[in-house]
Ligand binder design. Structure first.
Ligand code: UD1
Length: 340
């Protein structure tokens, strides 16, 4: 079986990707430092996939530890690199923490497996587009100056990967630019586990619905959008996880060489108010929400053109907003009943 290193494999997107990898016949090897994840996700994964996956608790910024890992896990055919800090606001407050973590980990990992023909998937983000001039945004749209150190780490990492490939590396590399991942696995055994107060919309909604938070604040209803609230391309995390399998499959073909980048979204924009309506419709739960001021740094609207992903990756999102909301709600209820 083809072994795939999954860094950040106990995190939100990582854990869902582990499940999809197993279903597609791969053998995931999980790396995680547990800085923003819970070790009990390993048991949850075991319950879904039927065996306990290999797990190394490891800080990828520790160069010696990563070299040691590469010496132990030698027959790796692919690496999916999720492990990174991702809180936009925190990155503005502690930029060096973000640059240090997101770059050291990437560089150590690439160095450790350099010289081997490994297929590498990098977690990038639609944040590289900023507020695009044209919607839906295509992969060749100009990259805008980053709005946050977090966003800058994604832009620079993409450039680093391209420079590495131009230097004649043995890697093949695909960057996946995620739009807004939400929802949870249908088993309700894995999902998003925000530490502290959630910054992202959907966990804030589910925590409000369950009574952990008093109300959701809609950050602005005076944008130039159909209902005045911001528009994003929300994508079910299971669809997103499957895109990683598609990326590996593409790189396994001899015809694929070098580096490429794909938008991973649904191709549809949904506003904050539409998300709230979808949540209420899909779950039957009335949500307490108010309209508040805009949040600093938010782009008004962004959604992706996914033509290239459909044609080249042979992947497309299948799950709609209602399933995103009902699965996120089932997960919130499951962890309220039985905390991890
Ligand atoms: C941003 C980044 C994304 C990054 C993610 C990680 C962009 C375009 N996107 O996503 O790359 O991976 O952060 O955290 O930069 N909202 C509310 N009330 C809330 C929370 C959010 O109204 O309590 C609104 C926001 O204004 C936004 C939408 O909901 O319009 C989604 O927000 P959020 O879930 O935080 O994701 P982004 O900011 O789009």
């Amino acid at each position: 079986m083809k072994k795939i290193l999954v860094t950040g494999g106990l995190g939100f997107i990582g854990s869902h990707t582990v499940v999809e990898l197993v279903q597609a016949g791969y053998e995931p090897v999980i790396i995680d430092d547990l800085s923003n994840s819970h070790v009990s996700i390993l048991d949850q994964l075991t319950a879904i996939i039927g065996y306990k996956p290999v797990f190394h608790q490891l800080d990828l910024c520790d160069e010696a530890a990563v070299q040691n890992l590469a010496a132990t896990e030698t027959d790796i055919e692919g690496i999916i690199h999720f492990a990174a800090f991702k809180a936009v606001g925190e990155s503005v407050q502690f930029p060096l923490k973000y640059y240090r973590n997101n770059f050291y980990s990437l560089i150590n990992l690439l160095n450790a497996y350099a010289g081997k023909p490994v297929n590498f998937v990098f977690s990038s983000s639609c944040t590289v587009y900023g507020q695009p001039d044209q919607l839906p945004v295509t992969e060749d749209a100009p990259v805008k100056p980053a709005q946050s150190p977090y966003g800058n780490t994604k832009q620079i990492a993409e450039e680093m990967l391209q420079d590495m490939m131009a230097s004649g590396s043995k890697y093949k590399v695909i960057s996946l630019r995620y739009f807004n991942p939400v929802g949870a696995h249908e088993s309700a055994l894995i999902g998003e586990l925000p530490i502290g107060v959630p910054q992202n919309l959907v966990p804030f909604i589910t925590q409000t619905a369950i009574g952990k938070r008093e109300k959701v604040t809609v950050f602005g209803n005076d944008y130039n959008t159909p209902d005045g609230s911001c528009v994003r391309d929300y994508i079910h995390v299971v669809d997103l996880a499957k895109a990683h399998v598609a990326a590996l499959r593409l790189m396994e073909q001899d015809s694929f060489t070098g580096y490429d980048v794909f938008n991973i979204g649904t191709g549809k924009g949904t506003s904050v108010l539409e998300i709230i309506t979808a949540f209420e419709r899909a779950t039957g739960v009335k949500l307490n929400y108010v309209i508040g001021p805009r949040r600093d740094g938010d782009v008004e609207q962004v959604w992706g053109d996914v033509t290239k992903s459909e044609q080249v990756l042979q992947w497309r999102a299948e799950l709609g907003v209602d399933t995103m909301m009902s699965s996120a709600w089932a997960w919130e209820q499951a962890i309220a009943k039985k905390p991890l």
